[in-house]
Ligand binder design. Sequence first.
Ligand SMILES: [Zn+2]
Length: 278
Amino acid sequence: MRFGRFEVHLFSAGVFKQDGGLMFGVVPKVVWERALKPDDRNRVTVPMNCLLVRDDRNVVLLETGAGDKLEAKWLDVWGIDPREHVLHKLKDRGIDADEVTIVLNTHLHFDHAGGNTVRGERGRPQPAFPRARYVIQRVEWEDALHPHERSRASYFADDFAPLERAAEFVDGEAEILPGLRVVRVKGHTRATQYLLLRQDGRTLFFSCDFMMSRHHLPLPWIPALDLYPMDTLAAKKELLPRAVAEEWLVAFTHDLPRFGHVRERDGKYVFEELAAQP
Ligand SMILES: [Zn+2]
C-alpha cells in the first residue's frame, strides 16, 4: 500500500497461542469467548504482526515476531511454528535481511523481538539484520535486562542483549524519519512504543500491546498481562477519540493483519476493516 512517500506492508510472522484469561483481564470468559474461541488448553490464537515501511532510502521493520530460537517446550506452550520466520516473510516480499536499515520493536517481549536475532557461529545469537540500527525505548531495554518476578516469563535476553552495539535508545517520543514517529506509552510494560506515520494530513497508527487487537477497543478490555492497567485505560481514553476524529488508519499487533478505522457507535469503539485491503 502507498502511504504518502512510503510503501507500507502489513503481514504476520506466524501466530501464537495465548491464555485467554491473560488476554482479557477482568472480562469474564463467558463474554470474551464470544470474541475469540479458546482451544482445549484455554488458549486463543493470535497473529504476530509486523509492519514494513519503506521509502527510496530506508527499509523500516516494526516488530520481528517470535523468531526461531525458542526451545521445543516453549514452541509447544505458545503453539509457535518457527518456520513462519520474519526473514522468510520478508523474502516472500523480495527483501533480504541486509536491506533492512531500521528495526523497531514496540517492546522486547519474545513475540515481538524474537526475530531480532538469529543463531550464528557456535549457536551464539547475533543480529538478524546486520546493517540495521535497532530503535528501542531506553526504559524498556533496562526493564528487559532486569526483569522482575511478574515480567520475567516474557523476556528472553538472547532476543535483545546481543544488540547492544546496534541499538539506538530513545526516551519518550522520537522522530525516526521525517513523518515517522514512535511514541512511548506506559501500560503493557513501563515503556512500550507505538508508531505514528503522518503523510499529507493523514495518520497511520500501529498500536502496541496496550491495545493489541480490535477486541481491546472497549475500554475495560485490558489484558491481565499489562503491568500498569490503569495507565492502559488512560492511554486508550486519550488516543481513541483522536483515532476516531482524525480517521487514523489503524493496525494492531495481535489481530488479523488488516488495516481499518476506529469508529464510535452508540458510545462504543468498534473496528471497521477497510473494504479493499491493500
Ligand atoms: Zn505481544
